[in-house]
Design a protein around this ligand. Structure first.
Ligand code: ADP
Length: 258
């Protein structure tokens, strides 16, 4: 709380009292703190791959005659780290676009069956690569109003997480149905799960349960923050239930019309 005070003086310069104004600045402070955290996080996230790209490039240049295998190994790291940088910058731009243009959704009437077809090709390829079982339970002939591209991003981010955080031989479920004038999209996996105390925090930018692991899977820590923004821009909500070692289940509910 910020306090501003001023004395109250009458015509003959007698002190009559004082006025105190109390400002609750906790919200402002929090926003400022979050902004600082965000900048620190971004800088850190960008620094890590840059340091490693520089380091490996310098080593390659210094070494007069690196053998073929070492050269390949270093270049592979450089490629992987620059790809990470690229996804990071991409996700940051996405997030800032979404935050700025939250109201500018390109809303259309979406036929869920058709909308799914496009996204599924990308997903099926990934599930096959990891030999995961992919089970779909889709209610036919349902529609909703929304931005098809943004909602595809929601689906892909949730599905990629389900795939990334589930070992091979696991199962990923995708369920879509209509319930109480809402479209419910559920992505469930039999993967590593999320500790109870982390379930609310995973929607924050850059929050990750296990930094190292998420980096290895190519994660940026921004996927769920983007998902939450898009869902809320559609007047919807997202929730998660999870058990460590058993799996996670994300549920998105979006009003059919808003
Ligand atoms: P990331 O790029 O790290 O995956 P996200 O914002 O998509 O970032 O997710 C934040 C964190 O939430 C992840 O780092 C991971 O710890 C956890 N998480 C998200 N989805 C799952 C899931 N399906 N199973 C287990 N953990 C998950």
């Amino acid at each position: 709380i910020e306090v501003v005070g001023a004395p109250v003086i009458n015509d003959v310069k007698d002190l009559k009292g004082a006025v105190l104004v109390f400002h609750d600045i906790t919200d402002l402070k929090r926003v400022e703190e979050m902004r600082k955290d965000f900048v620190a996080n971004v800088s850190h996230e960008l620094k890590t791959p840059i340091t490693s790209i520089r380091g490996f490039a310098e080593t390659l240049l210094d070494d007069e005659s690196p053998d073929e295998e070492v050269r390949k190994q270093f270049l592979t790291i450089i490629l992987k780290e620059s790809t990470r940088l690229q996804s990071l910058v991409h996700d940051l731009l996405e997030l800032s676009k979404i935050e700025k243009e939250e109201m500018k959704l390109n809303t259309k009437l979406i036929n869920v069956d058709e909308w799914l077809k496009n996204s599924l090709t990308l997903i099926e390829q990934q599930t096959q690569e990891k030999s995961l079982q992919f089970i779909q339970e889709i209610q036919p002939n349902i529609h909703l109003h929304g931005d098809p591209d943004r909602l595809q991003q929601v689906l892909l981010n949730l599905m990629y997480n389900a795939i990334n955080y589930t070992g091979s031989k696991g199962t990923v479920f995708l369920r879509i149905k209509e319930l109480n004038n809402k479209i419910e999209i559920q992505v469930e996996d039999t993967g590593i799960g999320i500790p109870k105390e982390a379930t609310q925090r995973i929607f924050e930018r850059f929050y990750r349960v296990d930094r190292a692991r998420s980096r290895n899977t190519g994660g940026t820590g921004l996927g769920l923050a983007i998902v939450k923004h898009i869902v809320e821009a559609h007047q919807g909500n997202i929730s998660v239930t999870s058990e460590e070692g058993k799996g996670s289940c994300f549920t998105v509910k979006i009003p059919k019309k808003w």
